[in-house]
Design a protein. Structure first.
Length: 456
């Protein structure tokens, strides 16, 4: 008879990973490379199940699921494997005049046993992308997927179980109580993606153990369409970025500030583009649904807070909300206070760029900001006055697709960053080592050095 699968408590799992880390097995480049290969092979094996789970949990179309979840991960694994040797190499740095005969270098070492907590909106990609960094850096890891996308969580667990033993990488499924139980443990690093509100809880728990954290959080990401912008391009790119995944993207355009001279043209163009790309949404088969009823109700409430320019249709049965644009928002509208995280786009006109700067800088630092303009001066002014995680000029979302750009927030939108080499560095401790020669010993630093006597 087969022995039953070992059911470990969270504490036992962490201790098991710690023991494995101590063996030094995870540290060689060969080990890291093979583990990345295993991960890729296992994802390939479960690809059909993953596509099905993404359809079940969010009605993601195969194309969306492939490009934004699975393909993204294959690319990240391939790039990491290609670059790892270079990233792992100690970095020699120069000294100053007092460092004669000494060599200084930064050595990248894994933190140890790390925790990765993921959200539901890109439930596979946002759990696995940080894991690639953790593996590349030589750590062991526990991944906690979101309970709101249970089918994806189950397939993710299968992917990880096929690729790894739990002493190295494991998935722990569960809700916030499980997350809290995980957070009660001592970790060597915590990587959290989710809301600002839960980010604060994670940061507090981490502080108990002085565990370093990366917090990839949310917030309202504005778009500015200036008076000199190419409006048709702006409308097309905003429509693509806003209604992909039904607006449930952390860096989706949250609202648009449009110069009054362009408002009419922008509204007309964005309506046409939305329809061309997503139809009326509710009846479109390949349009992503809202994750659950609580979010559906939250979003439906926003629809009553201003004038609908287009959209507004909802289907409670299918949990779908059409691409929607709103103007003339009521004073105190919740849609302009909360992160929308859904397919509703408020559009607000402005006269002077100063108003835009004041409006955005009076609010928490956004995760992303997008500016559409043909003017270098406008670009300079916006970049100088506003702080935000990252963003684009004349585009939306595309900054996160370049692995050479660190991706992360600032202030309430998060701390730390990842993607590409930054992921490797995030999960590594940069150990500074100075090595001195014993061939000579300059006396000047010692207290009994008496230069003056020699001069007399
Ligand atoms: P969430 O914060 O509710 O949940 C994220 C994770 O935290 C889940 O695994 C959940 O189980 C866990 N969790 C929930 N409550 C907890 C608690 N009290 N204690 C400990 N853990 C808890 O976020 P969400 O709804 O899954 O995701 C949406 C949010 O994530 C949005 O704000 C969005 O902007 C943000 N997000 C940010 C990024 C980014 O890269 N910056 C990416 C995707 C999503």
């Amino acid at each position: 008879m087969l022995a039953p699968i070992e059911q470990l408590t969270i504490d036992e799992l962490v201790q098991k990973q710690r023991r494995f880390f101590k063996t030094q097995a995870t540290k060689s480049m060969a080990f890291r490379l093979s583990m990345l290969t295993f991960l890729k092979e296992s994802i390939k094996h479960y690809e059909p199940d993953l596509l099905e789970a993404l359809r079940e949990d969010l009605n993601k179309s195969e194309m969306d699921a492939y490009t934004t979840e699975i393909g993204f991960i294959y690319d990240e694994i391939s790039r990491t494997k290609r670059e790892l040797k270079r990233w792992m190499r100690p970095k020699r740095v120069r000294g100053t005049a007092i460092h004669l005969g000494m060599k200084s270098e930064i050595r990248y070492e894994p933190y140890g046993t790390v925790l990765i907590i993921a959200p539901w909106n890109y439930p596979f990609q946002l759990a696995v992308a940080p894991l690639i960094g953790a593996i590349a850096a030589g750590n062991t890891a526990v991944v906690k997927p979101s309970e709101l996308t249970p089918n994806v969580a189950r397939v993710l667990t299968q992917v990880l179980e096929r690729a790894f033993t739990d002493r190295y990488v494991a998935s722990v499924e569960g809700d916030k109580d499980t997350a809290q139980e995980l957070l009660d443990q001592k970790w060597d690093y915590i990587f959290f993606t989710g809301s600002t509100q839960v980010g604060r809880i994670v940061n507090k728990s981490a502080a108990e153990h002085l565990t370093p954290v990366t917090l990839e959080l949310g917030g309202k990401s504005p778009v500015i369409v200036h008076g000199d912008a190419n409006v048709s391009i702006a409308a097309k790119r905003v429509a693509w970025g806003k209604w992909m995944n039904a607006g449930q993207t952390c860096v989706a355009p949250d609202y648009v500030l449009v110069h009054e001279s362009q408002q009419e043209a922008f509204l007309e163009a964005v309506k046409q583009e939305a329809f061309a790309m997503f139809g009326n949404g509710v009846g479109t088969k390949r349009y992503t649904r809202i994750v659950n009823e609580a979010h559906f109700d939250r979003l439906s409430h926003y629809l009553t807070e201003g004038d609908l320019i287009f959209g507004g249709e909802t289907s409670q049965d299918e949990l779908k909300i059409a691409p929607t644009v709103m103007t003339n928002l009521h004073e105190d509208a919740d849609v302009m206070k909360d992160e929308i995280f859904g397919p509703i786009l408020p559009v607000i006109p402005y006269r002077q760029l100063d108003e835009v700067i004041e409006f955005i800088s009076d609010r928490p630092h956004p995760l992303a900001l997008y500016l559409f303009t043909e003017s270098k001066d406008v670009e300079k002014t916006v970049m100088k006055h506003l702080s935000f995680g990252g963003g684009c000029v004349n585009d939306v979302i595309m900054h996160l697709t370049n692995p050479n750009l660190p991706f992360g927030g600032v202030g309430e939108s998060g701390m730390g960053a990842y993607h590409g080499r930054t992921s490797f560095e995030t999960f590594s401790h940069a150990k500074s080592i100075l090595k001195n020669t014993t061939k000579f010993d300059l006396p000047v630093r010692y207290p009994n050095f008496k230069p003056a006597e020699k001069l007399i």
